[in-house]
Design a protein around this ligand. Sequence first.
Ligand code: COA
Length: 257
Amino acid sequence: MALLRERRDAVEIITFNRPDALNALNRETFEELEDALDAVGRDEQVGAMVFTGAGPKAFVAGADIRQFVDLDVWTAGEFAERTLRLLRRIEEFPKPSVAAVNGFCLGGGMEFALSCDVRIGAENARFGQPEVNLGIIPGWGGTQRLQRLVGPGWARQMILTGDMIDAQTALRIGLINELLPQAELLDRAVQIAQRMGGRARRAVQLAKQAILRGAEMPLADGLQFETAMWQLSFETADRQEGVAAFLEKREAKFQGR
Ligand code: COA
Protein backbone atom coordinates (compact mmCIF):
# COMPACT_ATOMS: atom_id res chain seq x y z
CA MET A 1 0.00 0.00 0.00
CA ALA A 2 1.37 3.38 -0.99
CA LEU A 3 -0.49 5.06 1.89
CA LEU A 4 -1.01 4.05 5.50
CA ARG A 5 -3.93 5.39 7.47
CA GLU A 6 -4.36 5.60 11.22
CA ARG A 7 -6.93 7.37 13.39
CA ARG A 8 -5.94 9.29 16.50
CA ASP A 9 -8.91 10.95 18.22
CA ALA A 10 -10.59 13.00 15.49
CA VAL A 11 -7.48 13.11 13.32
CA GLU A 12 -6.72 10.90 10.33
CA ILE A 13 -2.97 10.37 9.98
CA ILE A 14 -2.10 9.61 6.36
CA THR A 15 1.46 8.35 5.82
CA PHE A 16 3.16 8.22 2.41
CA ASN A 17 4.53 4.72 2.45
CA ARG A 18 7.16 4.04 -0.20
CA PRO A 19 10.24 4.46 2.01
CA ASP A 20 12.51 2.59 -0.46
CA ALA A 21 11.81 5.35 -2.99
CA LEU A 22 11.82 8.10 -0.33
CA ASN A 23 8.01 8.12 -0.59
CA ALA A 24 8.05 9.44 -4.17
CA LEU A 25 4.53 9.92 -5.52
CA ASN A 26 3.37 7.48 -8.18
CA ARG A 27 0.03 6.66 -9.79
CA GLU A 28 -0.85 4.25 -6.99
CA THR A 29 -0.25 6.95 -4.36
CA PHE A 30 -2.59 9.34 -6.15
CA GLU A 31 -5.31 6.72 -6.50
CA GLU A 32 -5.09 5.83 -2.81
CA LEU A 33 -5.09 9.52 -1.89
CA GLU A 34 -8.35 10.07 -3.79
CA ASP A 35 -9.89 7.14 -1.90
CA ALA A 36 -8.55 8.42 1.43
CA LEU A 37 -10.05 11.87 0.83
CA ASP A 38 -13.41 10.33 -0.12
CA ALA A 39 -13.39 8.33 3.11
CA VAL A 40 -12.27 11.23 5.33
CA GLY A 41 -14.86 13.52 3.70
CA ARG A 42 -17.68 11.07 4.53
CA ASP A 43 -16.56 10.23 8.07
CA GLU A 44 -18.14 12.53 10.63
CA GLN A 45 -15.73 11.32 13.30
CA VAL A 46 -12.78 12.85 11.45
CA GLY A 47 -12.22 16.58 11.82
CA ALA A 48 -8.75 17.05 10.34
CA MET A 49 -5.84 15.28 8.64
CA VAL A 50 -2.11 14.95 9.18
CA PHE A 51 0.18 13.95 6.29
CA THR A 52 3.63 12.54 6.94
CA GLY A 53 6.20 10.18 5.41
CA ALA A 54 7.25 6.63 6.35
CA GLY A 55 10.85 5.97 7.34
CA PRO A 56 13.50 8.23 8.84
CA LYS A 57 14.61 10.07 5.70
CA ALA A 58 11.73 11.57 3.79
CA PHE A 59 8.36 13.23 3.79
CA VAL A 60 8.10 12.95 -0.01
CA ALA A 61 11.12 13.27 -2.34
CA GLY A 62 8.95 14.38 -5.24
CA ALA A 63 7.03 12.80 -8.05
CA ASP A 64 8.35 9.36 -8.96
CA ILE A 65 10.84 10.35 -11.63
CA ARG A 66 10.44 6.99 -13.39
CA GLN A 67 7.00 8.14 -14.55
CA PHE A 68 8.51 10.98 -16.55
CA VAL A 69 10.36 8.71 -18.97
CA ASP A 70 7.39 7.99 -21.22
CA LEU A 71 5.44 11.24 -20.96
CA ASP A 72 4.92 13.36 -24.07
CA VAL A 73 3.46 16.82 -24.38
CA TRP A 74 -0.13 15.53 -24.17
CA THR A 75 0.23 12.91 -21.44
CA ALA A 76 2.32 15.36 -19.38
CA GLY A 77 -0.59 17.82 -19.62
CA GLU A 78 -3.15 15.23 -18.53
CA PHE A 79 -0.91 14.12 -15.65
CA ALA A 80 -0.44 17.70 -14.43
CA GLU A 81 -4.15 18.49 -14.68
CA ARG A 82 -5.12 15.45 -12.64
CA THR A 83 -2.54 16.19 -9.96
CA LEU A 84 -3.44 19.86 -9.80
CA ARG A 85 -7.08 18.89 -9.24
CA LEU A 86 -6.06 16.61 -6.39
CA LEU A 87 -3.89 19.25 -4.70
CA ARG A 88 -6.62 21.84 -5.14
CA ARG A 89 -9.02 19.40 -3.52
CA ILE A 90 -6.75 19.15 -0.47
CA GLU A 91 -6.32 22.91 -0.35
CA GLU A 92 -10.10 23.44 -0.44
CA PHE A 93 -10.98 20.38 1.62
CA PRO A 94 -13.53 21.28 4.32
CA LYS A 95 -11.39 19.44 6.90
CA PRO A 96 -8.04 21.13 7.53
CA SER A 97 -4.67 19.47 7.05
CA VAL A 98 -1.21 19.58 8.58
CA ALA A 99 1.94 18.48 6.74
CA ALA A 100 4.40 16.98 9.26
CA VAL A 101 7.62 17.17 7.26
CA ASN A 102 10.09 14.54 8.48
CA GLY A 103 12.97 14.67 6.00
CA PHE A 104 13.22 15.38 2.26
CA CYS A 105 10.32 17.44 1.01
CA LEU A 106 11.10 17.98 -2.65
CA GLY A 107 9.37 18.78 -5.91
CA GLY A 108 5.87 17.32 -5.86
CA GLY A 109 6.33 16.68 -2.12
CA MET A 110 6.83 20.41 -1.59
CA GLU A 111 3.86 21.16 -3.81
CA PHE A 112 1.81 18.73 -1.76
CA ALA A 113 2.89 20.37 1.51
CA LEU A 114 2.10 23.80 0.04
CA SER A 115 -1.50 22.66 -0.47
CA CYS A 116 -1.94 21.80 3.21
CA ASP A 117 -3.23 24.40 5.68
CA VAL A 118 -0.28 24.14 8.08
CA ARG A 119 3.31 22.91 7.65
CA ILE A 120 5.62 21.98 10.52
CA GLY A 121 9.03 20.35 10.20
CA ALA A 122 11.54 18.16 12.01
CA GLU A 123 15.18 19.15 12.36
CA ASN A 124 16.14 16.86 9.45
CA ALA A 125 13.60 18.40 7.06
CA ARG A 126 15.02 19.59 3.72
CA PHE A 127 12.96 21.53 1.23
CA GLY A 128 13.50 22.10 -2.46
CA GLN A 129 12.02 22.47 -5.92
CA PRO A 130 14.78 20.62 -7.80
CA GLU A 131 12.89 20.26 -11.11
CA VAL A 132 15.30 22.42 -13.12
CA ASN A 133 17.97 19.81 -12.35
CA LEU A 134 15.85 17.40 -14.42
CA GLY A 135 15.28 19.88 -17.22
CA ILE A 136 11.67 20.50 -16.23
CA ILE A 137 9.86 23.03 -14.02
CA PRO A 138 7.50 22.61 -11.05
CA GLY A 139 4.15 21.64 -12.55
CA TRP A 140 1.87 21.01 -9.59
CA GLY A 141 1.51 24.58 -8.36
CA GLY A 142 5.07 25.18 -7.12
CA THR A 143 5.69 28.33 -9.12
CA GLN A 144 2.43 29.79 -7.85
CA ARG A 145 1.87 28.63 -4.26
CA LEU A 146 5.48 28.94 -3.11
CA GLN A 147 5.75 32.61 -3.97
CA ARG A 148 2.39 33.33 -2.38
CA LEU A 149 3.62 31.75 0.85
CA VAL A 150 7.24 32.92 1.14
CA GLY A 151 7.36 35.78 -1.37
CA PRO A 152 8.87 35.93 -4.86
CA GLY A 153 12.46 36.39 -3.66
CA TRP A 154 12.85 33.01 -1.97
CA ALA A 155 10.56 31.32 -4.49
CA ARG A 156 12.78 32.45 -7.34
CA GLN A 157 15.96 31.41 -5.55
CA MET A 158 14.62 27.95 -4.72
CA ILE A 159 13.01 27.27 -8.09
CA LEU A 160 15.74 28.74 -10.30
CA THR A 161 18.69 27.17 -8.45
CA GLY A 162 16.94 23.88 -7.60
CA ASP A 163 18.92 23.92 -4.34
CA MET A 164 17.54 22.65 -1.05
CA ILE A 165 17.12 24.71 2.11
CA ASP A 166 17.35 23.35 5.65
CA ALA A 167 14.68 23.36 8.34
CA GLN A 168 16.02 26.48 10.09
CA THR A 169 15.85 28.47 6.86
CA ALA A 170 12.38 27.09 6.12
CA LEU A 171 11.25 28.31 9.54
CA ARG A 172 12.81 31.73 9.03
CA ILE A 173 11.11 32.33 5.67
CA GLY A 174 7.71 31.07 6.86
CA LEU A 175 7.64 27.88 4.82
CA ILE A 176 7.06 25.97 8.08
CA ASN A 177 5.39 27.39 11.17
CA GLU A 178 7.24 25.31 13.75
CA LEU A 179 10.47 23.32 13.97
CA LEU A 180 10.64 20.30 16.30
CA PRO A 181 12.86 17.36 17.20
CA GLN A 182 11.94 14.42 14.95
CA ALA A 183 10.53 12.42 17.90
CA GLU A 184 8.02 15.17 18.75
CA LEU A 185 6.88 16.06 15.24
CA LEU A 186 3.92 13.74 14.80
CA ASP A 187 2.43 14.37 18.23
CA ARG A 188 2.59 18.11 17.66
CA ALA A 189 1.05 17.77 14.18
CA VAL A 190 -1.82 15.73 15.63
CA GLN A 191 -2.26 18.30 18.38
CA ILE A 192 -2.58 21.16 15.87
CA ALA A 193 -4.91 19.11 13.68
CA GLN A 194 -7.01 18.20 16.71
CA ARG A 195 -7.30 21.89 17.66
CA MET A 196 -8.50 22.83 14.18
CA GLY A 197 -10.73 19.77 13.71
CA GLY A 198 -12.27 19.93 17.16
CA ARG A 199 -13.64 23.44 16.73
CA ALA A 200 -16.94 24.45 15.16
CA ARG A 201 -16.37 22.67 11.85
CA ARG A 202 -18.57 24.85 9.68
CA ALA A 203 -16.80 27.95 11.01
CA VAL A 204 -13.39 26.43 10.22
CA GLN A 205 -14.66 25.55 6.74
CA LEU A 206 -15.99 29.07 6.13
CA ALA A 207 -12.78 30.65 7.45
CA LYS A 208 -10.74 28.46 5.05
CA GLN A 209 -12.88 29.61 2.14
CA ALA A 210 -12.51 33.27 3.16
CA ILE A 211 -8.71 32.95 3.37
CA LEU A 212 -8.33 30.95 0.15
CA ARG A 213 -10.74 32.83 -2.10
CA GLY A 214 -9.85 36.17 -0.57
CA ALA A 215 -6.19 35.68 -1.46
CA GLU A 216 -7.22 35.48 -5.11
CA MET A 217 -9.23 38.74 -5.04
CA PRO A 218 -8.55 42.47 -4.76
CA LEU A 219 -8.85 43.58 -1.09
CA ALA A 220 -12.30 45.19 -1.44
CA ASP A 221 -13.74 42.00 -2.99
CA GLY A 222 -11.97 39.85 -0.40
CA LEU A 223 -13.51 41.88 2.42
CA GLN A 224 -16.94 41.54 0.84
CA PHE A 225 -16.43 37.79 0.51
CA GLU A 226 -15.36 37.61 4.15
CA THR A 227 -18.60 39.37 5.13
CA ALA A 228 -20.61 36.79 3.20
CA MET A 229 -18.82 33.92 4.98
CA TRP A 230 -19.25 35.71 8.31
CA GLN A 231 -23.00 36.06 7.67
CA LEU A 232 -23.20 32.36 6.81
CA SER A 233 -21.60 31.45 10.12
CA PHE A 234 -24.65 32.94 11.85
CA GLU A 235 -26.76 30.20 10.25
CA THR A 236 -24.93 27.44 12.15
CA ALA A 237 -26.02 25.68 15.32
CA ASP A 238 -22.42 25.89 16.51
CA ARG A 239 -22.57 29.69 16.48
CA GLN A 240 -25.55 29.57 18.88
CA GLU A 241 -23.74 27.03 21.07
CA GLY A 242 -20.39 28.87 20.99
CA VAL A 243 -21.87 32.22 21.98
CA ALA A 244 -24.18 30.68 24.63
CA ALA A 245 -21.31 28.66 26.13
CA PHE A 246 -19.16 31.76 26.45
CA LEU A 247 -21.90 33.73 28.16
CA GLU A 248 -22.71 30.82 30.48
CA LYS A 249 -19.00 30.40 31.29
CA ARG A 250 -18.87 26.76 30.19
CA GLU A 251 -17.08 24.71 27.54
CA ALA A 252 -18.85 24.71 24.16
CA LYS A 253 -20.13 21.39 22.81
CA PHE A 254 -19.92 21.79 19.06
CA GLN A 255 -21.85 19.51 16.73
CA GLY A 256 -20.30 20.51 13.43
CA ARG A 257 -23.60 21.93 12.17
N1 COA B 1 11.53 9.38 -7.80
C1 COA B 1 11.86 8.07 -7.85
N2 COA B 1 12.75 7.50 -7.02
C2 COA B 1 13.33 8.28 -6.09
C3 COA B 1 13.04 9.65 -5.98
C4 COA B 1 12.09 10.19 -6.89
N3 COA B 1 11.71 11.47 -6.84
N4 COA B 1 13.79 10.19 -5.00
C5 COA B 1 14.52 9.16 -4.49
N5 COA B 1 14.23 8.02 -5.15
C6 COA B 1 14.81 6.68 -4.92
C7 COA B 1 16.23 6.59 -5.44
O1 COA B 1 16.22 6.33 -6.84
C8 COA B 1 16.76 5.43 -4.61
O2 COA B 1 16.26 4.23 -5.17
P1 COA B 1 17.27 2.95 -5.33
O3 COA B 1 17.67 2.61 -3.92
O4 COA B 1 16.38 1.93 -5.96
O5 COA B 1 18.39 3.40 -6.17
C9 COA B 1 16.08 5.63 -3.27
O6 COA B 1 14.93 6.47 -3.52
C10 COA B 1 16.94 6.34 -2.23
O7 COA B 1 17.41 7.53 -2.80
P2 COA B 1 18.95 7.94 -2.86
O8 COA B 1 19.14 8.89 -3.99
O9 COA B 1 19.81 6.72 -2.86
O10 COA B 1 19.12 8.68 -1.45
P3 COA B 1 20.14 9.82 -1.09
O11 COA B 1 20.02 10.02 0.39
O12 COA B 1 21.49 9.53 -1.66
O13 COA B 1 19.60 11.13 -1.84
C11 COA B 1 17.92 12.72 -2.55
C12 COA B 1 18.37 11.69 -1.48
C13 COA B 1 16.53 13.17 -2.14
C14 COA B 1 18.87 13.89 -2.57
C15 COA B 1 17.89 12.04 -3.93
O14 COA B 1 17.19 10.81 -3.83
C16 COA B 1 17.22 12.87 -4.99
O15 COA B 1 17.79 13.81 -5.48
N6 COA B 1 15.97 12.49 -5.39
C17 COA B 1 15.24 13.14 -6.44
C18 COA B 1 14.60 14.41 -5.93
C19 COA B 1 13.89 15.13 -7.05
O16 COA B 1 14.45 15.53 -8.04
N7 COA B 1 12.58 15.32 -6.85
C20 COA B 1 11.75 16.07 -7.75
C21 COA B 1 11.15 15.23 -8.78
S1 COA B 1 10.21 16.22 -9.89
